[in-house]
Design a protein around this ligand. Structure first.
Ligand code: NAP
Length: 257
């Protein structure tokens, strides 16, 4: 018996990185999984890579831009038609467009706000129709330690703190309908997103990871599996008395910064 047997989990930005690690965790624990990402081929290929020690995994990949309402609605139609419903939503899709404030363009501000905030809004609005009707749903939104402020990330930091306010409000509005909404705020996680930051700073990836490992009490970087474990707990029925919270999963980085 897996914790998510009979459940359908939808994870955005899940063709790789934290999203894929989370999709893999849900698949291993019995869920059917919808992998949403910008590129349909990458999403389908990721869905085909999911494995479970219990046997075959039911998974689909859907090309969808979470900032586009029509694309989001079409994705939910396919999920319900192919997987039979929806019980869990993880708003994970994300981008960075880092720059110091005086060099940050209006377009970089809008892009980051759109993917993290409008994307989570549209996906959650589409999901809650199903969740409210069935009086059951789990939502986890990806925030970040950068919500607390980070040089070169005025746009990303504002969006990620916005995610926390969004999550608290979902907790208030949706709790009476059997729906839990929480956020996970990762510290440094080894993915293509942080590899791209290393490249932008002109640093070797391993050196960048070593420097970031030194910045937290547990003296290692995080991996997608670390975030997947926290997301899975918050989506489990054991966590049904937890809502509107943000859980920092950062090796203690927030404690010492
Ligand atoms: P990642 O490796 O860059 O993966 C993000 C995925 O989201 C990519 O596959 C990307 O597709 C997809 N995506 C971007 N825009 C999208 C859109 N409009 N619609 C659908 N999919 C979209 O990132 P990650 O490191 O796994 O991060 C996942 C989440 O955790 C993000 O919200 C990020 O902000 C957050 N986070 C990460 C870290 C970290 O250290 N890695 C720390 C704190 C928080 P394309 O490749 O096609 O653009």
């Amino acid at each position: 018996m897996g914790r998510f047997d009979g459940r359908v989990a939808v994870i955005t930005g899940a063709a790789r990185g934290i999203g894929f690690g989370t999709a893999q965790r849900f698949a291993e624990e019995g869920a059917s999984v919808a992998i949403i990402d910008l590129d349909e081929a990458a999403a389908s290929e990721a869905a085909a890579r999911l494995t479970s020690s219990a046997g075959e995994v039911r998974a689909i990949g859907i090309g969808c831009d979470v900032t586009d309402a029509a694309s989001v609605d079409a994705a939910f139609e396919r999920i319900v038609a192919d997987l039979g419903g929806v019980h869990i939503l993880v708003n994970n899709a994300g981008i960075t467009r880092d720059n110091l404030l005086f060099k940050m363009t209006e377009q970089d501000w809008d892009l980051v706000m759109n993917v993290h905030l409008k994307g989570a809004f549209l996906m959650t609005k589409a999901a809650q129709k199903h969740f409210v009707a069935q009086k059951y749903g789990k939502i986890v939104n990806l925030s970040s330690v950068s919500a607390l402020g980070n040089r070169g990330q005025a746009n990303y930091s504002a969006a990620k703190m916005g995610v926390q306010g969004f999550t608290r409000t979902l907790g208030i509005e949706l709790g009476p309908f059997g729906i839990n909404a929480n956020a996970v705020a990762p510290g440094f996680i080894a993915t293509e997103m942080t590899d791209a930051t290393a490249a932008r700073l002109g640093l070797d990836v391993e050196e960048f990871r070593r420097l970031n490992a030194e910045n937290n009490p547990v003296k290692r970087v995080g991996f997608p599996e670390d975030i997947a474990a926290a997301v899975a707990f918050l989506c489990s029925d054991e966590a049904s008395y937890i809502t509107g919270q943000t859980l920092y999963v950062d090796g203690g980085a927030k404690l010492v910064s």
